[in-house]
Ligand binder design. Structure first.
Ligand code: MN
Length: 509
C-alpha cells in the first residue's frame, strides 16, 4: 500500500493517540498502583518470614470450543503483586537475596504471535508497570530453578554468589528451604491437578532440602484489607453496576424478557470499559427469583411479578456485587411489599453492625434475628427459636469483596479497609413445605403455615449492598442505588412512560 503524502499532522496525531490508547489497556501505567504493588510485595516477603522463595504462575488458557479459548484472566494474586495482565508470566520472590529479591519471567516478544493476538510486553514495559527491576526471559525459568535449587550461581559469579542466594542455599543445605506456592484449591484424590501441585511434586521428586508451603494464607491476610487505590477501583465497579441497575429498572415492563434486561445491564458494563462481569448476571423473574444463582435468563416477565437482579461489573479486576428486587409493573403488591420491607429491615439492622471489631457472623446473626421475627409475624414459620427460618433464608448474609467477588477472608474481625456485602433474602419456593417437614416441623404446624405459603408463593427478594468498614463504622459504597419501596416504584418502567421504545422484545428462541 502506498502512503499518501497528504496525511495531515492532525491525522497522524489521531492515529498516535489511538495506538497509545490501545497500548494503554495492555500496560496501564499508574504511579499509585506501582507504589501499592511494591508495598504488597514487601508485605508478602515479611509474611514469608523474610526467607524462602515464592513462585506465582499465570493460569493456563482454558478451552471453550474447538480452537477457541476462554478469555484469559491473570491469576488474582499474581495480578495483585505485578499489575500485569499478560499470560505466561511467572513471579519469583527471594527475600534473602540482595539484588534478585524480585524476578519477573516474561515471554519473549514474538512477532508471529503478536500478529495473531496482539502486542506483547517488552521487559521495559513490564518493569515500568510492575516496578520489578529484574525482568528475565520466561525461557530461563527452568534453568534458574535448576541452578538455585542445586545451590549453583545463576546470572551471577562466584563472588556475588557468596552473597546472592547465600542464605537461601544455607537453608537448602539444612533441609529448611521453603518454597511457597498457591496450594488452593486443593485437588483431593480425583480433582484436576493445578500447575502449582504439579510443580510441587516435581520439586519433591528432583530436589532435596525443600519444604513446599501454601502461599494462599499470606495473600488472604493481605488482600482482605483494601488500600485507598483498591477502594477507588471497587467504587468504580460499583458505580458502573449502579448505573446498570438504574437503566434496567427504567427499561423494565411486563413482557420484557430476562435476557433483554441482561442486555441492557451488560451494555452499560461494556460502555464503561468494564469488559467482563465479575460473575454471570442473575436476572430472575417470578419463581426464578427463588433460585439463588439462576443464570439462564430465558423467561418472559409477567405483570404482577418481581424481578431479582444480582449483578456486578468488574473494573480493573475488582468486583462489584449489588442485588435489587423490583416489581415488573412498577408497583409492589401488598404481599411483595411485606416481604421486601422485612428484608430491607434485616439489611439495615445488619448493616448497622458493620464496624471495626464486629464480624460477618455477628452481622449474620442480626439479620437472622430480624428475619425470624418477621417470618413468624407473616406466618411462614411457627417457631422463632429453631432453624425453620433457614428454609426461607438459606445463605450467609454476606462475603468480602475484592479481586474475587467472593473474596478472601471469612472469620476475621472487621477492620477498617475491609469491603463486604450485606445481602439478606427471603425465598418462598414450591418445595418450602417439604423442606420445613425435613426440618422436623410436624403436620399440625405445617397446616398452619400452608395458607401463608400460598399467599407469598414464588416471592423471592434479595437486597445486596457493598459496604466499606471505616474507623467510625461503615460507608455504604452502593448508596446511590435506590432501596426504598417508593424510590424503586418511581423508577421502574420510566423509559416506557416517556415513550422510549424498547428493543424488539418478541420471542426469538
Ligand atoms: Mn453477593
Amino acid at each position: 500500500m502506498r502512503i499518501e503524502k497528504s496525511v495531515s499532522f492532525l491525522e497522524v496525531l489521531q492515529i498516535a493517540l489511538l495506538v497509545a490508547l490501545a497500548c494503554a489497556t495492555l500496560f496501564a501505567y499508574d504511579p499509585e498502583l506501582k507504589s501499592d504493588l511494591a508495598q504488597r510485595r514487601q508485605a508478602v516477603m515479611e509474611k514469608m518470614g523474610n526467607r524462602g522463595m515464592l513462585i506465582l504462575f499465570s493460569k493456563k488458557l482454558r478451552p471453550y470450543s474447538g480452537d477457541v479459548v476462554y478469555e484469559f484472566r491473570q491469576e488474582n494474586n499474581l495480578f495483585y503483586l505485578t499489575g500485569i495482565r499478560q499470560r505466561d508470566i511467572t513471579l519469583v520472590l527471594i527475600p534473602q537475596n540482595l539484588t534478585y529479591r524480585e524476578i519477573l519471567f516474561l515471554p519473549d516478544q514474538n512477532p508471529r504471535r503478536e500478529l495473531w493476538t496482539g502486542k506483547m510486553l517488552s521487559p521495559e514495559e513490564a518493569a515500568k508497570t510492575s516496578g520489578i527491576e529484574n525482568v528475565w526471559s520466561a525461557s530461563e525459568f527452568e534453568r534458574f530453578i535448576d541452578s538455585v535449587l542445586y545451590g549453583r550461581p545463576y546470572r551471577t559469579n562466584r563472588y556475588l554468589q557468596s552473597r546472592e542466594y547465600r542464605d537461601f542455599v544455607k537453608d537448602l543445605q539444612r533441609g529448611e528451604a521453603e518454597v511457597f506456592l498457591l496450594m488452593e484449591p486443593r485437588p483431593g484424590l480425583t480433582g484436576e491437578m493445578s500447575r502449582e501441585f504439579e510443580f510441587a511434586n516435581r520439586l519433591r521428586e528432583r530436589f532435596t532440602g525443600i519444604q513446599t508451603k501454601d502461599a494462599s494464607k499470606i495473600f488472604d491476610q493481605l488482600r482482605v484489607i483494601k488500600s485507598p487505590y483498591e477502594i477507588k477501583q471497587l467504587q468504580e465497579a460499583i458505580d458502573i453496576t449502579i448505573e446498570a441497575h438504574l437503566r434496567a429498572m427504567k427499561h423494565l415492563h411486563p413482557g420484557a424478557w430476562e435476557y433483554e434486561i441482561e442486555a441492557v445491564i451488560e451494555y452499560v458494563f461494556k460502555r464503561h470499559n468494564s469488559f467482563d462481569w465479575a460473575f454471570p448476571s442473575i436476572v430472575a423473574s417470578g419463581p426464578n427469583a427463588t433460585v439463588l444463582h439462576y443464570q439462564k435468563s430465558q423467561r418472559q416477565t409477567k405483570d404482577g411479578e418481581l424481578l431479582l437482579i444480582d449483578i456486578g461489573a468488574e473494573y480493573n479486576y475488582y468486583a462489584a456485587d449489588i442485588t435489587r428486587t423490583v416489581p415488573v409493573n412498577g408497583k409492589f403488591t401488598t404481599e411483595q411489599a411485606g416481604i421486601y420491607q422485612l428484608v430491607l429491615d434485616a439489611q439495615n439492622a445488619a448493616m448497622a453492625l458493620v464496624k471495626p471489631g464486629s464480624s460477618l457472623s455477628a452481622i449474620h446473626q442480626k439479620a437472622v434475628e430480624v428475619l425470624k421475627e418477621g417470618l413468624f409475624r407473616l406466618g411462614l414459620i411457627t417457631d422463632k427459636s429453631g432453624d425453620q427460618y433457614r428454609v426461607f433464608f438459606p445463605h450467609g448474609v454476606g462475603h468480602f469483596l475484592g479481586l474475587d467477588v467472593h473474596d478472601v477472608g471469612r472469620r476475621e474481625h472487621l477492620q477498617p479497609g475491609m469491603v463486604l456485602t450485606v445481602e439478606p433474602g427471603i425465598y418462598v419456593r414450591d418445595d418450602s413445605l417439604e423442606r420445613l417437614a425435613g426440618r422436623g416441623v410436624v403436620q399440625e404446624e405445617l397446616e398452619k403455615i400452608r395458607a401463608a405459603l400460598n399467599k407469598y408463593m414464588h416471592i423471592g427478594v434479595r437486597i445486596e449492598d457493598d459496604v466499606l468498614v471505616t474507623e467510625e463504622g461503615y460507608e455504604l459504597l452502593s448508596k446511590d442505588a435506590p432501596r426504598e419501596i417508593a424510590e424503586i416504584e418511581a423508577l421502574v418502567g420510566r423509559d416506557q412512560e416517556i415513550g422510549v421504545r424498547s428493543q424488539e422484545s418478541g420471542a426469538r428462541r
